[in-house]
Design a protein around this ligand. Structure first.
Ligand code: CA
Length: 435
């Protein structure tokens, strides 16, 4: 079932947490994303929290204060866990009542005497990975990205014949997924210069980011039990931002015939807050309209609900700062903007395709969309496309230029949803600095 807007999305709601009511706040009371954090000033196990303005509502503290007593035992247990996997496993029947309860607790007019003890300023917390990620799969769902990159590597044959039939993906590495803010070490690897006959092993000279949307799996499926397309939304928990750091020189040398390996597995950065499918209900939109000449998806990837509401009106941005820019107090340079509406495949289609051979997904597994690029200029979701493989460098306000990332560069991804008649919600930020 597709989530539909309800009383928790009422734009007239405001919170007693004042910072949540600011215009353009990422985390107003209509959002209520989940994350996992640790306070900086004490040694404690990681705990589940909800972002509200610039504060975190500590759910373990809420539980200790008796504020979650009306919720079911399994939901209460999931709220005092040290990762979101248990909550994800419970599915919509648990996350929806919890959302309604949190909306009540945080709204203006609620008695704040007890609950204000459960607030932690975000500035005094370290935000961790939201879940224990068992498996990570990275799709390639933007036809604009696939075509642009295909042109650079294979000018005569940019889009391979399977693309319009199969949601293409590769299996990524879960162990090197890191939370926002983790320094990114430039990888070394094997690559071959075009003018040389043999490869060398050296530091990558073409380090890149990829702007992607990540989706956490909620309820899983049993091995051998595919998830039908009209059931797929029930298994999506929520979204975050993903930076799929990529070493283009390593990638070009290693990617055929089996796809990316060490060019990607050195690090993947996630934003800390998981915006639930419930929160995203007002921002659902039709799936991408394929050009008339394109084939329809095969029947197992086709459902009317997916066609009508499978898309998400989510705007995504990439910003960059260099060491020099920060020294000169120059604000981050906005280098691209794209929209998730233009993805060739929906999240439901990706999930259904993933399980169509009987592969089981588990709560807390992550899949990412692939680089989100659009058709307009300035909508390229990585430097490879943005600079045309380094031939058209970006000029920074300091006079520096960038073909690919250099030491000290920080990449900042942002995402937000806006819709007439509803309150804007954001995904927050996904940051990483190259060392
Ligand atoms: Ca990718």
């Amino acid at each position: 079932m597709m989530c539909t807007p309800d009383a928790t999305h009422d734009p007239n709601l405001s919170s007693w947490v004042e910072s949540a009511n600011e215009v353009d706040a990422d985390f107003p009371i209509q959002n209520l994303p989940f994350g996992v954090f640790q306070r900086l000033d004490r040694a404690e196990t990681p705990r589940v929290g909800v972002a509200i303005g610039n504060q975190i509502l500590d759910l373990a503290a809420c539980h200790a204060l008796g504020l979650l007593d009306t919720l079911s035992e399994p939901v209460q247990a999931a709220c005092v866990a040290s990762a979101l996997n248990d909550l994800m496993a419970l599915g919509r029947a648990a996350s929806l009542p919890l959302r309604h309860h949190l909306s009540q607790l945080l709204r203006m007019g609620h008695d704040t005497v007890a609950i204000s003890q459960a607030l932690v300023p975000m500035s005094q917390a370290q935000l961790l990975l939201p879940a224990q990620i068992g498996d990570y799969t990275d799709f390639y769902a933007s036809i604009f990205h696939a075509t642009n990159v295909g042109k650079l590597f294979r000018p005569d044959n940019p889009l391979l014949p399977n693309y319009k039939y199969v949601p293409i993906a590769y299996h990524g590495r879960a162990s090197s997924i890191v939370p926002s803010g983790t320094p990114i070490q430039r990888p070394s690897g094997q690559w071959k210069r075009p003018d040389e006959a043999v490869p060398t092993f050296t530091r990558s000279q073409s380090l890149d980011y990829e702007l992607e949307v990540g989706c956490f799996v909620g309820r899983g499926n049993e091995l051998g039990q595919p998830i039908a397309i009209d059931q797929a939304e029930d298994h999506l928990f929520g979204l975050c931002l993903v930076n799929d750091w990529s070493a283009r020189d390593l990638q070009a040398w290693e990617y055929q015939p089996l796809g990316p390996f060490l060019a990607k597995s050195f690090a993947t950065t996630l934003s800390p807050w998981v915006v639930t499918m419930e929160a995203l209900a007002p921002f659902r939109c039709p799936a991408f309209t394929r050009p008339a000449a394109d084939p329809s998806p095969l029947p197992y990837l086709t459902a009317l609900s997916n066609q009508e509401y499978g898309g998400i009106a989510l705007t995504l941005e990439v910003l960059l700062t260099s060491t020099q820019m920060r020294q000169q107090n120059s604000p981050p340079l906005h280098i691209s903007q794209s929209t998730f509406q233009q993805m060739y495949w929906t999240l439901a289609q990706m999930l259904t395709h993933h399980t169509s051979n009987g592969c089981n997904l588990r709560p807390g597994d992550l899949f990412a969309s692939g680089t989100v690029s659009g058709m307009e200029p300035g909508s390229a979701g990585c430097l490879l496309e943005r600079t045309q493989r380094g031939t058209q460098p970006i000029l920074l306000p300091t006079g520096e230029s960038r073909s690919f990332l250099e030491a000290g560069d920080e990449v900042i991804l942002r995402g937000y949803c806006e819709q007439e008649g509803y309150t804007r919600i954001g995904l927050g930020e996904c940051r990483g600095q190259v060392t």
